[in-house]
Design a protein around this ligand. Structure first.
Ligand SMILES: [Zn+2]
Length: 112
């Protein structure tokens, strides 16, 4: 699901838009002033893509090595992917868990 970031050329505000239906891209308007005079910024989209590609590059069947832990962002992603594989949909709670993982608290929770 692509997320695009836009800057409004009328009011100069920036906002991001998630597109569930790709046809919605044509109808995008500024959230603040409804202007259609927008400049598309690609930053958020590429960040999103990076996370997806990171997720697919993580092999959860292998034990986590030091390599993964060196990048704290991978810890959260590993957990996220593992949850997906287990068919667990935690919704917003998942982000909370990922956030805990990034701050190093995730193992505390699992060991309880
Ligand atoms: Zn605007």
């Amino acid at each position: 699901m692509p997320i695009y970031e836009y800057r409004c050329n009328r009011c100069n505000k920036e906002f991001s838009q998630l597109f569930i239906n790709p046809k919605g891209i044509e109808k995008i308007k500024c959230k603040y002033c409804n202007s259609r005079n927008l400049t598309k910024l690609l930053s958020l989209f590429s960040v999103h893509q990076t996370e997806e590609s990171r997720l697919s590059s993580i092999d959860t069947s292998k034990p986590r090595g030091d390599e993964v832990y060196r990048d704290s962002r991978n810890i959260g992603l590993w957990a996220k992917k593992r949850m997906r594989e287990l068919g667990v949909d935690l919704g917003p709670k998942m982000d909370e868990i990922v956030e805990k993982g990034r701050t190093g608290k995730i193992l505390d929770d699992y060991n309880k």
